[in-house]
Design a protein around this ligand. Structure first.
Ligand SMILES: Nc1ncnc2c1ncn2[C@@H]1O[C@H](COP(=O)(O)OP(=O)(O)O)[C@@H](O)[C@H]1O
Ligand SMILES: [Mg+2]
Length: 379
């Protein structure tokens, strides 16, 4: 009978199964329903630094750092009781701890299998230290590039900014002279002097606000997302852009729908996008035309920043190329503005789209998810 045969499929199966486990590149750990380790393949030995022999029977929580180590028995018990899965059948990024105590990021997927008597869990673990490091480096490079481009933009706006700061300074100086004259005249009216001093203060505030905006954009900083009122974020950018608009003799106006839902964004990055789009618009529109920046929402889930210009519009053949790095039709363009803008918007879980307006000119739309689903976007 084949069941008594020495080369029964079962025996082959057992040895074959072990060979299969050991050949796997990923670490594979099987535990019983109490969390005790039953199987530990060769990759798991290499990854965690324990031999299968020494770890068999131990609680799997010893492969995790705190606080997971402490909490794991509770998770397991709760799952067995309620069937409420946090990781089983889902898979996610987690942390592992080696025998020497070092902690590393891992991708973990967990499956369960049952026979008539009991349930077991199999965990498949992949070390993602390198992937995480690569991601970090890419993010860092991207942040540096964004920063350099922001400085570049500010540099291009320097003449306008200097002019803009000069205005309140001139006003302050004029008010100071007026105050002096009032005092010299001997006919000092307190009310009049107070008014002059208040005006002086307001002008100093105005200059301070411009400098604050510039410093904010010029600062080197890691990306940082918070819940923001997008209308205000856009407004801050427009106040800086206005400086340029006056120099270009372009009429820049911004409108925002009331009560927009907040979005989960890095304000400086979004301002960089708005500045890029407005400056592009400004560079194509003839003098005395208008640029409109509208902030609106079409649904609870999305806020839209729309930049519309009266320029020549986009060459239909080139629409798909304008977002490519280094694509430019300008003699002194970098071709990086739209590429960076798109990557900023995409990293926020949004979209950046370009269209021609039916009556001429171009429209760029930044579509951002609102803060309702903030945790889905990696923050
Ligand atoms: N509002 C616009 N109207 C027409 N063309 C535009 C507009 N914005 C961008 N473009 C086109 O997209 C190209 C790429 O823009 P961008 O990435 O900002 O680089 P740069 O401004 O340095 O050229 C521009 O050179 C231009 O041809
Ligand atoms: Mg540009």
């Amino acid at each position: 009978m084949f069941t008594n045969d020495d080369s029964s499929p079962d025996q082959h199966g057992e040895a074959g199964f072990q060979a299969l486990l050991d050949a796997a590149v990923d670490a594979i750990v099987v535990i019983d329903c109490r969390g005790h380790i039953e199987t530990f393949n060769r990759s798991a030995e290499k990854l965690f630094g324990y031999s299968a022999e020494e770890i068999r029977g131990s609680n799997v929580s010893m492969l995790m750092p705190q606080p997971y180590r402490r909490e794991h028995d509770g998770y397991l018990a709760r799952y067995l009781e309620t069937g409420e899965a946090r990781i089983i059948g889902i898979g996610r990024e987690a942390s592992g701890q080696r025998k020497d105590g070092t902690v590393f990021p891992m991708e973990l997927s967990v499956g369960e299998f049952r026979d008539s008597k009991t349930v077991r869990f199999v965990g498949i673990v992949r070390d993602i230290t390198e992937r995480k490091e690569t991601e970090r480096l890419i993010r860092q490079q991207q942040e540096r590039l964004e920063h350099v481009m922001r400085l570049g933009t500010l540099g291009e706006m320097a003449a306008g900014i200097a002019h803009e700061i000069n205005q309140p300074l001139t006003a302050i100086s004029t008010y100071a002279q007026a105050a002096r004259r009032l005092i010299d005249s001997g006919l000092m009216e307190d009310d009049r002097l107070l008014e002059v001093l208040e005006k002086t203060g307001a002008q100093a505030e105005r200059a301070g606000a411009i400098i604050r905006r510039i410093r904010n954009l010029a600062r080197k900083r890691p990306a940082q997302r918070e819940r923001h009122d997008i209308a205000r974020v856009v407004d801050e950018a427009l106040r800086l852009a206005e400086v340029d608009a006056r120099l270009h003799d372009v009429n820049l106006s911004g409108t925002a729908e009331p009560d927009l839902p907040p979005a989960w964004v890095d304000a400086v990055q979004i301002q960089q996008v708005v500045l890029n789009l407005v400056r592009n618009a400004m560079e194509t529109t003839p003098p005395s035309t208008s640029i409109m920046v509208e902030t609106l929402c079409r649904s609870e889930e999305e806020v839209i920043i729309r930049v519309c210009d009266d320029g020549p519009g986009l060459d239909e053949d080139l629409i798909s190329e304008i977002f490519n790095p280094f694509f430019t039709t300008k003699t002194h363009g970098t071709g990086m503005g739209l590429s960076i803008s798109r990557s900023i918007v995409t990293s926020h879980g949004g979209r950046l789209e370009a269209k021609n307006r039916p009556d001429g000119g171009a429209t760029f739309s930044v579509i951002l998810p609102t803060a309702m689903n903030e945790h889905e976007h990696g923050n």
